[in-house]
Design a protein around this ligand. Structure first.
Ligand code: ARG
Length: 600
């Protein structure tokens, strides 16, 4: 299915081509003056110079060629050579009917060549509480996963569980020091206890304790490093203990993600790439990429002349390679964060062989991904364009720094959701919404409103920008918010229920009123919003469309009564338009990972 704008664009390009103008300049855009026209083309202005023609004359000739097109009611030249197009009501009605009939995609087109895509997002860690960076990654990654799938790609969402680094050694030492893990610390093959010696609370308490101590106490740090290396080398008791850490953390995390409507196809850990490590190291050695560097082993990834100034401990400044080399094996013999990322690329190639891997991770890790991607390309593990880091800004507090709780700690996802749900209940009550719902339904609705508020607040900003956490604003039923959009969809649902009660059914769409035109044009614009969001990996373009659609519907509903329209044909047409708007709105919200309640 093609949108009207693209269809018109093709006709306009053909008309320009017939005048000897390169079709590339003949772009059609949404009109700057919706009161005068629906679309415009500024192509004549761009082309006239090269052709040494008068732009107004050229525009006139192009307009002349298009004047008989049945999809247009008027083609006019304005100003120095703009061409303004107004669509015929019948063409808009036909397109709206096509959108209405397209139950699954609401007028959005599929990609021409579907690909296999892995989306690496959320990236939670064993024992470490999730911070706002993980929250943003979860929200953005989930939306991109849905968007890519919606357009026809085969997509795997992978949580890439952080279960393999130094923090594992820290936990082993900390649990051992508390005397809880004696049965696991013995040498040999076991058997080891099937019961976890630690609870989630223990892990959350022990991790910050151990991390803090390792910063000050070199001895402690060394013990943790050694434990990490032994775990990675396969010491059975450590592995058994570590499996408990992983299982306890994962159960808790899955509960939190499910409350957020975030689901993964794969819960692979950093550790899952471990079996590939020997093969990878051997290969990197054989190709001469892996080199010795002060006891550690690294891959140089900077090209000739790629340097930046670096200050050394003694105060002197040198030109150091930029990006810095990728640390593959530490001097203690441990695999590092970048090592697991590199091996994971191999793992994914073996299991899925994806065309594209998207990493939805905090912008502050940009250099890490630059190092890993370069190393992967040097080693031949991935081709040009097959790996993309999609960075994002931070969610800040009112002080402009990454959001922290009042106590200064990281905000736990669970607490955030509880806080948002409390606020949602309060707001629903204030607005006298949900009064007819059963207590269970009210609770479910409050939860949906809370999640919609958090997700929409995040996704309505361009991915790359930072934004300020302001629950009061996110939770308002007015303005560009999740709750406003849920409210609008519930309103349409209620209208459709009333219509059904009166025995009315949607019928042929007729476009006559300006508000109907605007709604049809907005429905048409979804295709472009979806493909732009996809091409740029920018879900906010869908958030913007959803908001525009809700507003357009609202104006339509105010100007064009549905249930009390003057005649049956108009009622049926407006009902069909309302249903198309609802379907598209629900789909758009779903692409943002937001579920709409039936009533509120
Ligand atoms: N666990 C990491 C962190 O908390 C994020 C993982 C991102 N994904 C990746 N493939 N490195 O920072």
């Amino acid at each position: 299915m093609t949108d009207l704008k693209t269809e018109l664009g093709e006709a306009v390009a053909a008309a320009f081509a017939a005048e000897g103008v390169d079709a590339a300049v003949a772009r059609v855009t949404t009109s700057d003056r919706p009161d005068l026209a629906d679309f415009q083309s500024n192509g004549a202005l761009a082309a006239a110079k090269a052709l040494k023609a008068n732009p107004r004359d050229l525009a006139g000739r192009v307009a002349e060629r298009l004047s008989g097109d049945p999809r247009l009611t008027s083609v006019e030249v304005a100003g120095p050579g703009f061409i303004n197009f107004k669509l015929a009501d019948a063409a808009l009605a036909k397109r709206a009917a096509d959108v209405a009939a397209d139950a699954d995609h609401a007028g959005a087109s599929l990609v021409a060549a579907p690909r296999k895509v892995v989306i690496d997002y959320a990236g939670p860690n064993v024992a470490k509480p999730m911070h706002v960076g993980h929250l943003r990654s979860s929200i953005i990654g989930e939306s991109l996963k849905r968007l890519f799938r919606f357009r026809g790609d085969t997509v795997w969402g992978d949580a890439h569980f952080g279960d393999w680094g130094f923090q594992m050694g820290l936990l082993i030492v900390a649990t051992g020091d508390e005397g809880r893990a004696d049965a696991f610390l013995v040498e040999g093959d076991g058997p080891f206890p099937a019961e976890s010696p630690v609870s989630l609370e223990d892990l959350e308490r022990l991790y910050p304790l151990a991390a803090g101590r390792a910063k000050e106490d070199a001895d402690y740090r060394d013990r943790a490093r050694k434990a990490t290396a032994e775990l990675q080398a396969g010491r059975p008791g450590y592995r058994a203990l570590w499996k408990h850490f992983v299982a306890v953390s994962r159960t808790a995390l899955e509960r939190e993600f499910s409350a957020l409507s975030v689901t993964f196809d794969l819960w692979n850990g950093e550790s899952d790439a471990d079996p590939l490590m020997p093969e990878m190291i051997a290969h990197l050695e054989a190709t001469g990429l892996l080199v010795e560097d002060g006891g550690a082993r690294v891959v140089h990834v900077a090209g000739p002349g790629e340097t930046r100034k670096k200050k050394l401990a003694d105060g002197s400044v040198i030109e150091a390679p930029s990006p810095p080399p990728l640390l593959v094996i530490s001097s203690e013999g441990s695999a590092m964060y970048g090592t697991t990322d590199l091996a994971t690329i191999l793992d994914r190639r073996k299991s899925i062989d994806p065309d594209l891997i998207l990493y939805v991770v905090d912008e502050r890790q940009a250099e890490h991904f630059e190092q890993v991607f370069r190393a992967a390309r040097l080693a031949g593990y991935a081709g040009e364009g097959a790996l993309e880091h999609l960075g994002f800004g931070t969610m800040n507090g009112t002080d402009g720094k990454p959001f922290k709780t009042r106590a200064g700690g990281v905000l736990k996802l669970h607490d955030l959701i509880t806080q948002a749900t409390d606020k949602a209940r309060e707001r629903l009550n204030e607005a006298h919404l949900g009064e007819d719902l059963s207590p269970e339904e009210f609770e479910a609705t409050a939860h949906k409103v809370a999640i919609a508020a958090l997700k929409f607040a995040d996704l309505s900003n361009a991915r790359t920008t930072s934004y300020v956490f302001d629950l009061d604003r996110f939770m308002s039923f007015e303005g560009k918010t999740g709750p406003y959009l849920l409210y609008q969809s519930v309103r349409i649902k209620s209208l459709l229920r009333k219509a059904a009660d009166q025995g009315l059914t949607p019928g042929a769409i007729v476009i006559a009123e300006p508000a109907e035109r605007d709604l049809a044009l907005t429905l048409d614009a979804f295709d472009q919003a979806v493909s732009d969001a996809y091409d740029k990996r920018m879900p906010h373009l869908i958030a913007e469309h959803a908001y525009r659609l809700a507003q357009s519907f609202s104006k339509f509903y105010a100007a064009c009564p549905v249930l009390i329209a003057p005649d049956e044909a108009i009622k049926a047409s407006r009902l069909a338009l309302s249903k198309a708007a609802l379907d598209q709105l629900v789909i758009a919200l779903n692409l943002l990972g937001i579920e709409t309640p039936e009533r509120m």
